[in-house]
Design a protein around this ligand. Structure first.
Ligand code: PMP
Length: 491
């Protein structure tokens, strides 16, 4: 059981509502035992005194509260561990340069922060109160207008669009609303890690299909486009138990932008097997080299079976605002609304208002050079190229991403610095990234964290970097890598 927090009430027979805290304090050091006595006692006596005391204290407090039945809901079994907790903490403790977690360290666009300031001080005082649960009306309206343009169909803001607490909550609503016990959900590896646990929490079974790397024969650097689905292998994963497939294009962590042909294969299988598509498009504007982001919901037969997931965090470089959305047919979205109304009411009204104004601006500037959706990918492409160059130069072979703000690199040539431990339970790339942040101050994320348990061990020679960073941050990363290279040469 969780220990009682300070001041938490626990009923003790005969003393209803008595606070446990005084008992716990006593347990730490009885009044008869001074600090000096404790200091003078040898280590084993000190240990004994404290142990005896704390167990006496605990039993007097928790004897009545101790439960023998399991407290954890069964649906949480096997999903309680999350590598982000450990890696975010390691980065916070050791990193001089953090290219791990995916968030920009450059400022949000002025027009958005100004919209927030206006909403905060000059706007209606009602912006500090609850708004419509399924989405602040100005935001759902402008999202509907925007996506009408992108998807080429009429949208009703009240039924085809729903605002969520970031894309994360949108995904949670999708899985809870659409996946039943016994349903299978196809997930393309490598994948944004929460898909697996969210499917399991809903009672479903994830079925994994990997993107297979085909390195170019001419010795050129690999691109995320060289990682492809085998159409026969993908087809073999569909069965009558398949309820949905999760598509993430542009994809985290590889940065793959699925081509029209690849999406066509997926769409055909969805239609043939009457399967839903949960299309995570949070990086929709971050596409490089003139590539185009194709929306699977716009392909024939797909609108009726697709939920599109989006994020203001990625779209406007404000990951901390946690404003996300879903767009799709009412026959699907209505069930997501049921989860939504029974989980959270909504995210901050004021953040939704500012995001709505951001979209108003982008609607006016759509396709123009001043548009943030045109400028941001241009800037990020330069940052990507810079990091590609820097990694290639030191021999950490980058896989050039076609989109997103992530880049995966091959660490094979650096293995001698971090020797393998045979029969270790920990994948090599986990050990490598931990070693790198502790010894070099550079934080990244192991690629195998984005694979299922069964396939993890096939992909332990890669790590993921985030390049949505200030030029100074990328330069500092380059300095670390160059110094490391020199040390390798001279050792
Ligand atoms: N989907 C993908 C693919 C992501 O990478 C992320 C964030 N890393 C999310 C969803 C969640 O987005 P948000 O921060 O809006 O919740």
């Amino acid at each position: 059981m969780k220990p009682l927090g300070p001041g938490r009430r626990e009923d003790v027979p005969g003393q209803p509502g008595r606070l446990c805290q005084p008992l716990q304090r006593k347990a730490a050091r009885p009044s008869s035992m001074s600090r000096g006595m404790l200091r003078r006692a040898g280590p084993s006596l000190r240990h004994f005194l404290l142990e005896r005391n704390s167990s006496a204290g605990h039993s007097s407090c928790s004897r009545e509260a101790k439960m023998s039945r399991p407290v954890q809901a069964r649906r949480l079994e096997g999903i309680d561990k999350n590598f982000w907790v450990e890696f975010v903490k390691l980065a916070a403790t050791y990193s001089k340069v953090n290219l791990g977690q995916g968030f920009p360290d450059f400022p949000a666009p002025d027009f958005l922060t100004e919209a927030l300031t206006r909403a905060l001080s000059g706007g209606s005082h009602m912006l500090h109160q609850y708004t419509r649960g399924f989405g602040h009306p100005p935001l759902v309206k402008v999202l509907a207008q925007f996506f009408e343009k992108l998807l080429g169909r009429d949208l009703d803001p009240m039924t085809n669009v729903m605002v969520t607490v970031g894309a994360y909550h949108a995904l949670f609503c999708c899985f809870q609303a659409l996946v039943d016990e016994g349903d299978e959900v196809i997930i393309i590896e490598p994948f944004f890690d929460c898909y697996e646990s969210m499917v399991k929490m809903a009672g479903g079974t994830p079925v994994f299909v990997p993107l297979r790397p085909n390195p170019p024969k001419d010795g050129k650097l690999m691109s995320s486009a060289d990682w492809q689905l085998d159409p026969a292998e993908l087809a073999s994963k569909f069965s009558e138990r398949t309820k949905a497939i999760v598509l993430n294009s542009p994809s985290n962590p590889l940065g793959k932008v699925f081509s029209r042909g690849e999406l066509g294969v997926i769409a055909e299988l969805c239609v043939k097997h009457d399967v839903l598509c949960i299309s995570d498009e949070v990086y929709e504007w971050l596409v490089y080299d003139g590539k185009q982001h194709i929306r699977i919901g716009s392909l024939q037969g797909m609108w009726d079976r697709t939920v599109v997931v989006g994020s203001a965090g990625k779209t406007f470089s404000v990951t901390g605002w946690k404003v996300g959305w879903v767009v799709g047919p009412d026959r699907l979205i209505q069930h997501l609304r049921t989860v939504h109304q029974n989980s959270v009411y909504h995210c901050a009204t004021i953040a939704q208002e500012a995001v709505a104004q951001g979209f108003q601006r982008e609607l006016m500037l759509y396709g123009k050079p001043e548009s943030y959706f045109v400028q941001l990918p241009k800037e990020l492409q330069q940052k990507r190229d810079w990091l590609v160059q820097s990694l290639d130069d030191v021999g950490m072979k980058p896989i050039i991403p076609e989109g997103t703000y992530f880049l995966v690199a091959d660490i094979s040539q650096f293995k001698s610095d971090v020797p393998d431990v045979p029969n270790s339970d920990e994948p090599y790339d986990y050990r490598f990234t931990k070693w790198m942040v502790k010894n070099k101050g550079l934080a990244a994320i192991p690629l195998s964290a984005f694979y299922s348990e069964a396939h993890k061990n096939n992909y332990t020679n890669f790590i993921r970097f985030c390049f949505a960073k200030e030029d100074a941050t990328l330069k500092a990363a380059n300095d670390i890598l160059q110094k490391w290279k020199q040390e390798k040469i001279s050792s």
